[in-house]
Design a binder for this molecule. Structure first.
Ligand code: NDP
Length: 244
């Protein structure tokens, strides 16, 4: 019986690559999406090309009822969820003097509350199965902080606390909970940065380049595999050595 992975925010960027990489290693995949567009169709196709199933489930992770409904859809279709990757995330970067309450709230609602909303609905099935992997996408700025990202850094630091607490709650049920903290990864999220700023950032990274979605997806693949069965409650940086 194939293993099942649910990935949130999987139509583009890092989430898309995680879904494709897990499909390549034989997972049947459920991809959560918020916006219906050609990204969704392309992702679905790229997953199915690997001979596995792909179920696309619509829902905004910041809405608890949406999450309840799409998790149920995945269970109805596949009967279980072996791996959950909480990937959906947004930025609303600006200095606190200019930050609106909505900029703060929206980022917390999607990144942190969204992680809770999906996890809360998946955990009962993993506990019952006495098996499961939950992998949360944090960020290096959740560890270091970053000017212009009080909202985003707070959400990503919150994810780290959430991960460690949940790892302690679920360890005895053989549900492993970890986070990854990517550095600068080339996706739409970072495409807004000017070329000279990107170059500047790359120069400060020991490996002298920005990361790729594949760099992140390969670590997720490891954390979803049997090879990582004695790792829980950890935060793994994927940042070319940016933060040590
Ligand atoms: P992108 O902006 O490229 O993609 C984000 C994805 O999340 C999209 O599919 C988007 O869907 C989805 N999404 C956003 N909000 C919601 C929501 N409320 N409900 C469901 N889906 C949603 O981002 P990245 O791929 O770069 O980032 C993925 C994750 O990695 C995020 O958590 C991000 O914070 C984290 N990260 C990224 C880094 C980077 O350098 N890129 C560095 C560190 C962490 P839609 O098309 O509908 O907007």
């Amino acid at each position: 019986m194939s293993k099942i992975a649910l990935i949130t925010g999987a139509t583009r960027g890092i989430g898309k690559q995680i879904a494709i990489t897990l499909a390549k290693s034989g997972f049947d995949v459920a991809i959560n999406y918020r916006t219906e567009n050609e990204d969704l169709e392309n992702t679905k196709k790229a997953i199915e090309e690997n001979g596995v199933k792909c179920l696309a489930v619509k829902g905004d992770v910041s809405n608890f009822e949406d999450c309840e409904a799409f998790v149920k859809q995945v269970i109805d279709e596949y009967g279980k969820i072996d791996v959950l990757v909480n990937n959906a995330g947004i930025t609303r970067d600006t200095l606190i003097m200019r930050m609106k309450e909505k900029d703060f709230k929206d980022v917390i609602d999607v990144n942190l509350t969204g992680t809770f909303n999906v996890t809360k609905n998946v955990v009962p099935y993993m506990m019952k199965a006495r098996s499961g992997r939950i992998i949360n996408i944090s960020s290096v700025v959740g560890i270091t902080g970053n000017a212009g990202q009080t909202n985003y850094s707070a959400s990503k630091a919150g994810i780290i606390g959430f991960t460690k607490s949940l790892a302690k709650e679920l360890g005895s049920r053989n549900v492993l909970v970890n986070a990854v903290a990517p550095g600068f990864i080339e996706t739409d999220m970072t495409a807004v940065l000017k070329e000279d700023i990107k170059q500047n950032i790359a120069n400060q990274i020991p490996l002298k380049r920005m990361g790729t979605p594949e760099d992140v997806a390969n670590v997720i693949k490891f954390l979803a595999s049997e090879e990582s069965s004695y790792i829980t409650g950890q935060v793994i940086n994927i940042d070319g050595g940016m933060v040590m």
